[in-house]
Design a binder for this molecule. Structure first.
Ligand code: ADP
Ligand code: MG
Length: 689
């Protein structure tokens, strides 16, 4: 027993790093002191013992107690993985990167060596990696090629309470793998939220509770609902800064644009106050922020100013800071009560991100962030009665509010034929599953009886939406692979066109130089090609209101997609630009993936989406210079008005050529668009004869 304890103890050899055989650095010992006071540290013996004894362990603990950073290390040093690697999944890319970096520092190794991370289109792990943080989606992809997950001895499903689509699918998958891999250990980790549900799902799994050290958090409500939560939030930041004691602020907002705006306005307001108040460090946090900037949330608050007033840090964040990342020193939390949530309407086949009220569970988590280091305060920008009466208890699992096309393709690739009776923790609506099967069938990925086709197999190789994968596959025959892959790459990174609030007309003028008259997809292509022609120059990007970071990322994504294409034996070929079919073929390739997202201009002057009959308008950001009768779109944006975004003109006769089953006129109910198509069809037949 005593011996056993020693082998689990970190300082059994206080000088040599067991992973590098080099002496530990001074930084190692400094961090070690911090780690030793984390609640998880106290539980380490118990955790290791339970994992040895049981195949599945559920571990719940307050955010910040050390689950994500410590538990994988305990298991690693205790040799639980038996020479194999440990995987720790994260729903968010930012968390995977940030935590891997932190843990590499804690273990005194170089990031990407013993400790690494893998997120979509970015792999910083290697043959030496024994502890890998990866997004749940990436582990799912690995399972497609290695269904037994044989590389891993331990799999930690972290942030399980988030109930993301990929984590939910991993649950079912792992439940099937467990009896076949008796050596595999699973740890399900979650914030203190409904962890019993995981215990029930993995029948007989023990649960361990890592008690957090929580200080009381005083909650304040507004007497009446706020008309504009952004204005109210900024005002609250300033008030706290003026009247409250030392301590950092965490403000929850819904997305990048809003967060950047709030940061600017807070900085401006603080400047106006002069040195009556302390200096303020305002840092944004959202998923598309580059890693170096994400790190800034961990910077210290500014020191006292000349008048001796202490400084303050304000982190303005999306939901990432709710449970995924812990920022020490937060004493004040401002919660406007909203988050961007995915919703899916299978009848309209529309998946959207919508700003909507959070759940009570989320509100409690947010408040908890204020009480990590000392008693704190949480300012809810809504009345108490709204909290009681209007917020639902929990957020619904993502699987209940998503389009399942990708998931169904993944499950079939994993060899799971009966997707209806798969062991879902919360089964999705049958209608949503049926929609997915139907759409995959139209895309040619499935046979009529739901079996994966050759096309479907190849589509599943790409870490993309099935529609996008289809575009790439079609591009081979249409000889526009280079162009299609550039377009798809730019659609998978943050917006490449910048449009700063105070320079909108300059930005629009700059964008118009890349505009293609046929539509936005080709505008993206023009911008990307120009970027390559200018040797990827960041200065040139800056002058042309292009996001050079996004373009660089697009270039990486493009390379990786090309590698996959080569691997599956595709010919990377394109027609010369002066070929008369050059642009037409690119558009056809895109249409082969997006024929279910077509809109028709009505005589009355507005667009209706084909088949679903939704009134939509082309998004004002579009570079189309006219209103084409037929167009395809990449995205349906639900706001006060319905918009279609990233729109390109098409010709109606292509619809019959590219997706005859979907445009089977006998199946389509009568409409203005149908009558138009009937005429097109008749003309096509006549000219054939
Ligand atoms: P949990 O997963 O239980 O929410 P974590 O393991 O993520 O907790 O974090 C534990 C502690 O480690 C945090 O409270 C914080 O003090 C510290 N920590 C984590 N990441 C970083 C980082 N990147 N920089 C500084 N400290 C960090
Ligand atoms: Mg965590």
């Amino acid at each position: 027993r005593a011996k056993n304890e020693k082998s689990n103890d970190f300082d059994h050899n206080p000088h040599l790093n067991p992973f590098t055989n080099r002496p530990f650095s001074p930084a190692y010992y400094k961090i070690l002191e911090k780690r030793k006071v984390l609640p998880a540290w106290e539980a380490r013996q118990k955790v290791v013992e339970l994992v040895k004894q049981y195949q599945v362990l559920v571990l719940q603990g307050e955010t910040g107690s050390g689950k994500t950073t410590q538990v994988p290390q305990f298991l690693l040093l205790a040799g639980i993985a038996k020479g194999k690697a440990i995987a720790c999944t994260q729903p968010r890319r930012v968390a995977a990167m940030s935590v891997a970096k932190r843990v590499s520092e804690e273990m005194d190794v170089a990031l990407g060596q013993e400790v690494g991370y893998t997120i979509r289109f970015e792999d910083r792990s290697g043959p030496k990696t024994v502890l890998k943080y990866l997004t749940d989606g990436m582990l799912l992809r690995e399972a497609m090629n290695d269904p037994m997950l044989s590389r891993y001895g331990v799999i930690i499903l972290d942030e399980a309470h988030e109930r993301t689509l990929s984590t939910d699918i991993l649950f079912g998958l792992i439940k099937e793998v467990l009896p076949k891999r008796k050596d595999l250990k699973i740890v399900v980790m979650s914030a203190t939220l409904n962890a019993e549900k995981f215990q029930e799902y993995f029948e007989g799994a023990p649960m361990i509770d890592v008690p957090g050290r929580m200080y009381p958090v005083e909650i304040f409500y507004t007497p009446e609902p706020e008309k504009d939560y952004l204005i109210a939030a900024i005002r609250t930041v300033i008030q706290i800064h003026i009247v409250e004691d030392e301590g950092d602020i965490l403000l929850f907002l819904t997305g990048e644009e809003e967060i950047e705006q709030a940061c600017r306005e807070i900085r401006d307001e603080v400047k106006k106050l002069g040195n009556e108040v302390g200096d303020m460090l305002v840092v944004p946090l959202y998923s598309s922020l580059p890693p170096a900037q994400q790190q800034r949330i961990f910077d210290q608050a500014p020191p006292k100013n000349k008048r001796g007033v202490p400084g303050r840090k304000v982190v303005v964040s999306t939901n990432i800071a709710e449970t995924s990342l812990t920022i020490d020193g937060i004493v004040y939390v401002i919660d406007p009560g909203f988050a961007k949530n995915k919703i899916y309407n299978p009848r309209l086949r529309v998946e959207s991100l919508l700003v909507s009220p959070i759940s009570k569970a989320s509100a409690k988590q947010r408040a908890g962030r204020a009480g990590r280091t000392r008693p704190g305060k949480c300012f809810r920008l809504y009345p108490e009665r709204a909290f009681e009466k209007e917020l639902k208890e929990n957020t619904y699992a993502e699987i209940l509010r998503s389009n399942l096309n990708s998931v169904v393709l993944t499950l079939l690739k994993l060899g799971i034929q009966d997707i209806v009776h798969f062991d879902y923790m919360d089964p999705p609506a049958p209608e949503t599953l049926m929609r997915a099967l139907e759409e995959l069938n139209y895309l040619g990925a499935l046979t009529d009886d739901g079996k994966l086709t050759q096309i479907g197999m190849r589509m599943s190789e790409f870490p993309l939406d099935p529609q996008m994968s289809k575009v790439l596959l079609s591009a081979e025959k249409l000889q526009c692979v280079n162009e299609a892959v550039s377009i798809i790459a730019t659609l998978n990174v943050p917006m490449i066109f910048l449009r700063p609030k105070d320079q909108q007309s300059e930005a629009d003028a700059a964008k118009s130089r890349f505009a293609h008259e046929d539509g936005d997809h080709l505008t993206y292509l023009n911008a990307f090609n120009a970027y390559k022609l200018k040797k990827e120059s960041p200065d040139w990007c800056y002058d042309h209101y292009l996001n050079s970071r996004a373009l660089k990322q697009a270039n990486d994504v493009r390379e990786q997609l090309l590698q996959i294409m080569v691997k599956i034996g595709m010919k990377i070929q394109s027609k010369p630009m002066n070929d008369p079919d050059y642009y037409q073929n690119i558009k056809k390739a895109i249409l082969s993936g997006y024929f279910m997202q077509v809109a028709h201009l009505q005589r009355a002057g507005h667009y209706l989406t084909f088949r679903d009959d939704q009134v939509v308008a082309i998004h004002p950001s579009s570079t189309l210079d006219h209103k084409p009768e037929w167009c395809m779109y990449n995205e349906f944006v639900l706001t006060s008005k319905n918009y279609i975004r990233t729109v390109t003109e098409i010709r109606p006769d292509w619809l019959f050529e590219i997706a005859p089953e979907y445009f089977d006129l006998d199946e389509i109910k009568n409409s203005e668009a149908k009558r138009k198509l009937e005429r097109v069809y008749k003309r096509m037949k006549e000219s054939d004869e």
